[in-house]
Design a protein around this ligand. Structure first.
Ligand SMILES: *[C@@H]1O[C@H](CO)[C@@H](O)[C@H](O)[C@H]1NC(C)=O
Ligand SMILES: *[C@@H]1O[C@H](CO)[C@@H](O)[C@H](O)[C@H]1NC(C)=O
Ligand SMILES: *[C@@H]1O[C@H](CO)[C@@H](O)[C@H](O)[C@H]1NC(C)=O
Ligand SMILES: *[C@@H]1O[C@H](CO)[C@@H](O)[C@H](O)[C@H]1NC(C)=O
Length: 432
């Protein structure tokens, strides 16, 4: 068993930082290593943030600042050291999850302007030259509201970065807090989106989700714009984005050949449905249709999955029932895209409000409905938060993964590496 205390001593690192993950109101024991080092103590080979060996996952802007949920970075390397220098636009204390090859995720807090030594000669698996060779390094940002900026990537003296090909399958999620993993233990890395994207195996995944956002283009819980607009942009609708990009966010570059997903999953409407945001049924349907048309315009080959909303539960007499929202509206949206009228002449592109959108004529149906009914029960959603527990997220992910397999014939090819960190709850007492 790896012992981070010993590692810290061996590497002369500072004291461990205390974790603050809350579990049923109690602080969860975590042993996140403090990976911050003084770069002058090391002799590295150093690469710039735009080195062609680096593959950015999810949305990053031209300054290599990360946005939305679970943005990541992947590259191969030789040797037994990897360090990353984070730029000044990094949010201090951003928790990142990282791993080499198929070893378990490790979490660490990162700091603006600092260099973090994330792979050392003591990192488990670093000296096993099989079966993953060269070693693959991946990290993902756990929190949607925080972000990192990549300044430089370093490997050991005389070693090098290696370009790792992208997986051929790709999936994108468009959503709100439910997709971003809000209130799950490791946030985006405990979300159902991560569970599906990483869990399918050999699949690229991107999570364009931000808490509180509506699909309709109106202010919702402090987000100035809805997904029908913001999805076309690199940055999200958070305060960090307005600080860095003001009113002129960079449009997302959909022309990169690698970014076209095969499947786009949309889970939006929980915020539109909240009375506080005052979104009418008509505005919801209109926004949703335009988003799907926008997605189809940018990704003509992508299949779109519309998720039935899974609002929380309430006690009803002597049992529990699930609250629903926009249930008929969503079925109508799906039916609309599958109607012969739409498929023969999609000229219903009435009043494109989003200037970056393009229209594309569908040649065959591409919109699918995923019913979430029966997946979650009331104790999969904690009191007050209206967001699933880790178990709830895992159930949604499992069912959606199977739906994707059954609908599109995608085989499940993950061979065993951990997807969700710290979900190993077990019993070793056979006779109570
Ligand atoms: C990250 O670091 C800060 C400052 O050291 C600490 O307060 C916080 O608890 C850390 N977060 C986690 C999840 O470890
Ligand atoms: C981030 O942390 C670094 C190192 O502790 C510090 O110098 C810097 O002022 C912090 N930045 C902000 C915005 O707090
Ligand atoms: C993988 O895809 C990303 C995102 O489109 C791209 O930036 C990167 O260059 C690709 N990596 C390789 C090795 O082709
Ligand atoms: C809600 O929307 C309706 C219709 O757009 C508008 O008339 C009303 O003033 C709005 N209410 C609030 C509280 O914003």
């Amino acid at each position: 068993m790896w012992n981070w205390n010993l590692a810290a001593v061996a590497l002369g690192l500072h004291a461990l930082v205390e974790g603050t993950i809350l579990q049923n109101g109690q602080v969860r024991d975590t042993n996140f290593p403090n990976t911050k080092v003084d770069i002058t103590d090391y002799d590295f080979e150093t690469y710039p943030a735009d080195a062609p060996e680096l593959s950015y996952k999810g949305r990053w802007d031209s300054m290599k600042v990360s946005w939305w949920a679970a943005p990541g970075l992947v590259f191969g390397f030789t040797g037994d050291r990897v360090a990353i220098t984070f730029g000044e636009l990094t949010t201090n204390r951003t928790l990142i999850g990282y791993r080499i090859a198929g070893m378990d995720w490790i979490f660490t807090n990162v700091t603006a302007g600092a260099t973090h030594l994330v792979v050392t000669p003591d990192t488990p698996g670093v000296h096993d030259g099989y079966p993953v060779n060269p070693l693959r390094f991946e990290f993902r940002v756990s929190n949607w509201g925080y972000g990192v900026q990549i300044d430089k990537v370093h490997v050991g003296k005389g070693e090098r970065l290696v370009k790792i090909p992208n997986y051929s399958r790709s999936i994108e999620f468009i959503g709100d807090s439910l997709t971003a993993g809000m209130w799950q233990s490791y946030e985006a890395l405990s979300s159902f989106a991560h569970g599906v994207g990483a869990g399918l195996g050999d699949t690229e995944y991107s999570v364009v989700a931000y808490p509180g956002i509506c699909v309709a283009d109106q202010p919702c819980w402090g987000n100035p714009r809805g997904q029908v607009h913001q999805w076309f942009y690199t940055s999200d609708t958070g305060g960090r984005a307005s600080e860095i990009w003001g009113d002129e966010p960079e449009p997302w570059d959909f022309s990169k050949p690698d970014t076209e997903p095969d499947i786009v999953v949309i889970n939006l409407g929980t915020n539109d449905a909240n009375e506080a945001n005052n979104v009418s049924s008509k505005a919801y349907v209109d926004g949703y249709k335009k988003l799907i048309q926008g997605v189809h315009g940018k990704y003509p080959k992508a299949q779109v999955i519309v998720m039935q909303l899974w609002i929380g539960f309430y006690r009803y007499g002597n049992t529990f029932v699930q609250e629903k929202a926009f249930d008929q509206e969503l079925r109508d949206v799906v039916e609309y895209f599958n109607s012969p009228g739409y498929l023969s002449a999609p000229k219903i592109w009435d009043g494109v409000t989003e200037t970056l959108a393009t229209l594309n004529t569908p040649s065959e149906p591409f919109v699918h409905y995923f019913s979430t009914q029966g997946i979650l029960q009331h104790n999969d959603i904690p009191p007050m938060s209206w967001h699933p527990t880790d178990t709830g997220a895992l159930k949604v992910a499992s069912h959606l993964t199977q739906f994707i397999k059954l609908t599109f014939g995608w085989e499940l090819v993950a061979t065993g590496p951990e997807i969700y960190h710290e979900t190993l709850y077990w019993n070793d007492e056979p006779n109570y």
